[in-house]
Design a protein around this ligand. Structure first.
Ligand code: NAI
Length: 538
């Protein structure tokens, strides 16, 4: 490439950072303004422009355009300003971006597969220009965050998640492939939007759907051997089935189920440093019985069993409420993923009554039901526990079960609170109360980096435990002093390196690794992380 071609290629472009000597050599003289800048000066301009934008969605669009123009600069700005920029690139802003995807769409990124490509998925995958793919994040848009079935508008999620793989864990962006399986949408307002870019048809029937998924999975493995396949934001009905079908067959995980499980388990471990509880003694009340919460409970049960409880004893410590009340034995029409957690108990319809009856030590919301943790519920948690643990995991912010203000006011600052989307510091009775951001982004980027570093052939529960423990260990004494049970976002890369090292170690210990073990695994992983420096031009 020479001249204008270079400036139009987001991977090669450095914009005003080309030196005068490079400009001469590459035929760029005259195509750029006179001054040659450093990348830090460029980042300064990006931040100034970004801060001048009036709304998060406009900031999102600005950052997407920056990425299309100069990928290195986009990632450098993101990596150096994680705390400020992550909420714009990912949750909560990505939720709004998906709602408006067909309106804000400007340039293609990633691959789209539809039933029209059935029988030639391999041919389409082969069109991807990347020579090597390490991670694929794939969605069918079936359940985007807490926003429901958004069809092809859900493409914002794989793109955003992969940006986090790079920004948080230093996975080379050239190894990342976002995929949208556009199988239609059952959300009529999405389908009827005149700007909608996806297939305007109801979702595919299960048999054809499964065939398309199988064809995609097989083709991806053949074309990109050893690829890590992350399933993301599939609806319940498919997520559990596909995980069960593929987890022992290929290197795959479902982030909504397993990533969330590891993330929340880490939060519980960190909270136990404040409460003095042991996991096996907790009584966990899960509000919402979907992928997130059953994922957390499944991993918590496995951890309790490791700590010496029987499976039945461990399950007895996990209670569930969904939109139809307490999950109890004999309840009609109980979905398969809820059945292991059905308790022998009289039905209870309302959350406050359940808190009074069960007296949970921790209340974990992943329901997408905003405001469900009322003042009365939160106050009851505080009555039964010196330091009640309350997690409101639902994203985006508009879906959170309660806000930080509400939880700290109702519990007079004694709650240990974490939430899916960020909340500002709250002062109650002169005390600063921070909110830990309980976000999967503390787990999946490091998990992926560890899997890639070891060349692991599978993602196992052992890796999820290791990731949870490594994350909990990253919570500092200063964090705990203000009640924060997750690290601050600016430490994301350190956290990811620790998670990756723990995960890769499990792969080596269990004989799942295909790469030689380096003498210092942690150092090798840290050294391999992408830093967003401009490459010297060839
Ligand atoms: P899902 O759709 O699988 O499950 C939602 C569950 O909530 C269902 O069991 C449903 O019956 C229940 N529910 C809905 N309304 C309810 C109500 N009014 N009362 C009681 N239960 C109700 O969704 P999934 O994957 O479990 O996610 C749930 C939420 O958690 C979403 O908002 C998602 O964004 C968030 N989440 C956050 C993560 C994080 O990193 N913080 C990770 C994964 C999910």
């Amino acid at each position: 490439m020479t001249g204008i071609e270079i400036l139009r290629d987001p991977l090669a472009n450095k914009g005003t950072a080309f030196t005068l000597e490079e400009r001469e050599r590459l035929g760029l003289t005259g195509l750029l303004p006179a001054r040659a800048e450093t990348i830090d000066e460029q980042v300064g301009r990006v931040l100034a422009n970004l801060r001048a934008k009036p709304s998060p969605i406009e900031k999102f669009v600005y950052l997407a355009a920056l990425r299309d123009a100069n990928e290195t600069l986009f990632f450098r700005a993101l990596i150096d300003n994680l705390e400020e920029l992550l909420p714009l690139v990912y949750t909560p802003t990505v939720g709004q971006a998906c709602l408006e995807w067909s309106r804000i769409w400007q340039r293609p990124r990633g691959l789209y597969l539809t039933p029209r490509e059935h029988g030639r998925v391999r041919e389409v995958l082969r069109r991807w220009p990347g020579r090597k793919v390490g991670v694929i994040v794939v969605t069918d848009g079936g359940r985007i965050l807490g926003l429901g079935d958004l069809g092809a508008n859900g493409m914002g999620i794989p793109i955003g998640k992969l940006a986090l793989y790079t920004a948080c864990a230093g996975v080379d962006p050239a190894l990342c492939l976002p995929v949208m399986l556009d199988v239609g949408t059952d959300t009529e307002p999405v389908r009827d939007d005149p700007f909608y870019l996806g297939l305007r048809q109801p979702r595919l029937q299960q048999a054809q759907y499964d065939e398309l998924i199988e064809e995609f999975v097989v083709a991806a493995q053949e074309l990109f051997p050893g690829v890590l396949l992350q399933f993301e934001d599939f609806a319940n009905v498919n997520a559990f089935r596909l995980l069960a079908r593929y987890r022992d067959r290929l290197c795959t995980f479902n982030d909504d189920i397993q990533g969330t499980g590891a993330m929340a388990l880490a939060g519980l471990y960190a909270a136990q440093r404040l409460t003095g509880m042991r996991l096996r003694d907790e009584r966990l009340l899960f509000f919402g019985a979907g992928e997130a919460n059953t994922g957390i409970a499944t991993l918590a049960v496995a951890a309790m069993v490791e700590a010496g409880l029987t499976q039945a004893e461990a399950r007895a410590r996990c209670w569930f409420m969904d939109s139809r009340g307490l999950v109890v034995e004999g309840r009609a029409g109980l979905a398969a993923h809820k059945q292991p957690f059905a308790q022998e108990h009289a039905p209870i319809a309302d959350l406050l009554a359940a808190v009074e009856a069960i007296r949970p030590t921790a209340l974990i919301g992943a329901s997408g039901a905003p405001g469900a943790f009322t003042e009365a519920v939160l106050a009851a948690m505080a009555r039964h526990n010196r330091r009640p643990v309350i997690f409101a995991l639902s994203n985006p912010t508009s879906k959170a079960e309660c806000t930080a203000e509400q939880v700290y006011a109702a519990t007079r600052g004694c709650a240990i609170f974490a939430s899916g989307s960020p909340f500002a510091l709250v002062t109650v009775e002169g005390r600063s109360c921070a909110t830990g951001q309980a976000n999967n982004s503390f787990i999946f980027p490091g998990l992926g980096l560890g899997v890639l570093a070891a060349g692991s052939t599978r993602v196992t529960d052992g890796m999820l435990f290791a990731a949870a423990n490594a994350l909990a260990d990253q919570v500092s004494a200063e964090d705990l002093a203000v009640g924060r049970v997750f690290p601050r976002a600016f430490r994301m890369r350190e956290v990811a390196a620790a998670v990756a090292t723990a995960v890769a170690q499990v792969a080596y210990d269990r004989g799942l690794a295909t790469r030689p073990l380096p003498p210092d695994l942690g150092a090798a992983i840290r050294a391999s992380m992408y830093r967003a420096d401009y490459a010297a031009p060839e």
